[in-house]
Design a protein around this ligand. Sequence first.
Ligand code: NI
Length: 152
Amino acid sequence: MIERFTISIDPELMAAFDAFITQKGYENRSEAVRDLIREELSAQRLEEAESAGQVVACLSYVYNHDERRLASRLVDAQHRLHHMSRATMHVHLDSHECMEVMILEGAAAEVRRFADDVIAERGVRHGQANLVPLRPVRDHGSHTHGEPAARP
Ligand code: NI
């Protein structure tokens, strides 16, 4: 069941929003609005969870592996935080540049601190962390991963 609602908006803001939609490649306004609402609600849940809550996070960054001390500092940091690290992917972009993507899970504050530390490292560029709050009860039985749902 889909709910529909109408909103009032001034032409200038509408034009800016339409430009945003085009730039982001959304099919239509509804999809863009849904994503913005989800993002905002998720940010709010994240704030609520920030003190004690658990999150999963995707941390990505680019660095030059010729900076030996940086490369080993990053590896040291990853080993120190191994209890939060779910997966790390290292991609050699060219003969010098590397991109790493880390999936972290842990207390929101601790994950945030680690991500901020890595991003702030000198020589780390394009650092970004996307924290996703986990629901209080993690129920993996109620959704599928594309396979047909089991019949009752
Ligand atoms: Ni590399």
